[in-house]
Design a protein around this ligand. Sequence first.
Ligand code: HEC
Ligand code: HEC
Ligand code: HEC
Ligand code: HEC
Ligand code: HEC
Length: 405
Amino acid sequence: MEQRTSSPYPRIDRLVMAIVGVVLVLGTVLFMWSDRAHDWRYYQMEFRQMVAGQFGEDKAAILPSGVQQIWVAELSRADRCVTCHQAVSYPGFESAEQPYRTHPKLPLQQHPVEDYGCTSCHGGQGWAIDTAAAHGEVAHWEEPLLSRSLGESYTLAGNKNALMQMNCNTCHRYDRQTPGATAINLAKSLVNEKGCRACHVINGFGGTIGPDLTDVGEKPPEQYEFGRLSGQRTAFAWHVAHFKDPRALSEGTVMPNFNFSTEQAQSLAMLMLSWRRADVPARYVSGTPRVDPRSAEELAAEAALKTGPGGWFVQTGCFVCHSISALGVKSPAQIGPDLSNAVEDVQSRFGVTIDAFLANPTGTMSVVLSRQIILTPEQKQEAVAKLREAFAEYQRQRAAPATGK
Ligand code: HEC
Ligand code: HEC
Ligand code: HEC
Ligand code: HEC
Ligand code: HEC
């Protein structure tokens, strides 16, 4: 009969049960699929086949599997990068594709992975096990992988892989030079050559005309004035633009334009961003003493100058920025003009006497004499007298043909 075919249950219940059944099956399938979709399983499988192919099934069988982690308690780092990058310490895959490539040997000899993990050098999110998340290509992650691709997006002029050196230098800041950190090394020699310390305190000593740079890398992005910057609004881009033309970003600043090349400006920007408070135990900070002192030669040269005929300019601190060549004083940085003929030069450039200029200085000297070298009126008279002496010596040397050597 027709009634027979209908079930004892009402129609609506059958529908609900059918839906529940479908949802359960779908849920299970979806769960299995999403778990399988973790690409690390795929990379581990692939690597196992590579090892089997090259070194035999026995070697492949003892490869670790599942999520792998390097836990460095002292650095509070739990880096799971090796879940995919299984070849890091496995010689024989030096030219394989990533993530199957053996790691360059030297950095890990100097810094064993058990003590350093991966992210202390590379950045990225140690605990993540999906590529994009691990490499920090996600919103609101402050520490992206400092990779070649990021270097390319920052249009690095030199080595595209150099951004990582910012992390090297959080531990190596007190080294004069660090083998392997070429961009940072270039920037460090520029800081010495150009005499940035004439105006900036760095690691505890230097002038006070500009801000203290010791922890300048801590400055949060929102504190930068990006108004005058075109293009990418990152702290890195700000520093590069500021080094190329300080006045373009900071109106009226007395920081000189050193005519840096793009590579020099970018290297300096990396050095600035690396100057952060290193959040690592002391044994991870290389180099002693923990200041970067002037070399013995630099100190000896300064001591000799102090007692020479231009001693006053050295003791007063003018020589940090000015040579006075007539008196044998050579400034390491030469940020301002040679003062040998300042008496005449000030008159022709500013139309005032040297007395009037020092009493009422303009430009950089107004900042120098109000913030860094405070002179009493008597000391200013002494400065004038010394500048006149230098000028007299300058004229005498010009008149007399050079004798001897
Ligand atoms: C889920 C797997 C996976 C994890 C986890 C992972 N990676 Fe990778 N990694 C890859 C793959 C795949 C590539 C090659 C393709 C690419 O560059 O995205 C790669 C490439 C790289 C490169 C070269 C990038 C470049 O631009 O040249 C570096 C460096 C790197 N990974 C470091 C790390 C570090 C450090 C971690 C841990 C924080 C990590 N990876 C975690 C899969 C992974
Ligand atoms: C002491 C710092 C340091 C540590 C720790 C370190 N690496 Fe590296 N890594 C380097 C340097 C330096 C290079 C070479 C970069 C270059 O070729 O310019 C490199 C290269 C790589 C590359 C190839 C990148 C490329 O662009 O070709 C990958 C991938 C990588 N490392 C992953 C890892 C993983 C995973 C770990 C943790 C097990 C790790 N590294 C630990 C410093 C380090
Ligand atoms: C977490 C801190 C840390 C990081 C990050 C780090 N290093 Fe080191 N590195 C050290 C310490 C500590 C030593 C041992 C130094 C010592 O004995 O004075 C060392 C040793 C070295 C050495 C051998 C000693 C020497 O001065 O010749 C080199 C070269 C070196 N590191 C370069 C690098 C480079 C390049 C990077 C980035 C890719 C880097 N380091 C990242 C802490 C670090
Ligand atoms: C004649 C003095 C003078 C010299 C020399 C000088 N600076 Fe500056 N610098 C300043 C002043 C003043 C400021 C603040 C105004 C500005 O942003 O330009 C400044 C700002 C900076 C800033 C931005 C700091 C911040 O917190 O925003 C950095 C970074 C910097 N200088 C680095 C350097 C480096 C590196 C050198 C050497 C290559 C150098 N300066 C040489 C005077 C100087
Ligand atoms: C932090 C660097 C710095 C220090 C320290 C410094 N000066 Fe200067 N000075 C400069 C700069 C830069 C100029 C060029 C300024 C300009 O053109 O606006 C300058 C210009 C001068 C001039 C004008 C020279 C000319 O030929 O036009 C005199 C004079 C002078 N300084 C004297 C002194 C004396 C004296 C001292 C020491 C008490 C001193 N300066 C210390 C940076 C400095």
